[in-house]
Design a protein around this ligand. Structure first.
Ligand code: FES
Ligand code: FES
Length: 151
């Protein structure tokens, strides 16, 4: 076991991890942050995306021990208590969420996009969104939500 210390959503957290433990499982099972979803477990679907030092990372492709000392943002850090942030509200209002399985990962990637490019073009949104599989929405409403959140 290795002690892994991270800052998650602004809070210092630490727990033991076996060297093979994935960051996704560390977040969910050791830190109780179950908002991060696991879909394919091999880097394809994007459901497990979190921000590590501000960059979108597939947490099923990173070991927890590799995250030691890093700053992590998960979907739990977006809202202020019960108050959804602007992007989350737009996802709801534009019907960018259906089953919600992909949503946490999408939100984290789109958060990174909007920080880097506050007014992205539709092709830029679609390019960032291409890192995610969504089986429900057909993507258009997610694109609409991100564009609405950027304006
Ligand atoms: Fe990580 Fe699909 S669960 S990319
Ligand atoms: Fe169901 Fe995207 S909302 S997979």
């Amino acid at each position: 076991m290795t002690r892994v210390a991270v800052i998650v959503n602004g809070q210092s957290r630490e727990a033991d991890a076996e060297p093979r433990l994935l960051l996704a499982d560390f977040l969910r099972h050791e830190l109780g942050l179950t908002g991060t979803h696991v879909g394919c477990e091999h880097g394809v679907c994007g459901a497990c995306t979190v921000l590590v030092d501000g960059e979108p990372v597939r947490s099923c492709l990173m070991f927890a021990v590799q995250a030691d000392g890093k700053t992590i943002e998960t979907v739990e850090g977006l809202a202020d208590g019960d108050k959804l942030n602007h992007l989350q509200r737009q996802m709801r209002e534009q019907h960018g969420v259906q089953c919600g399985y992909c949503t946490a990962g999408v939100l984290m990637s789109m958060t990174a996009l909007l920080r880097e490019t506050p007014s992205p073009s539709e092709p830029q949104v679609r390019e960032a969104l291409s890192a995610h599989l969504c089986r429900c929405t057909g993507y258009q409403n997610i694109v609409n939500a991100v564009l609405a959140a950027s304006s």
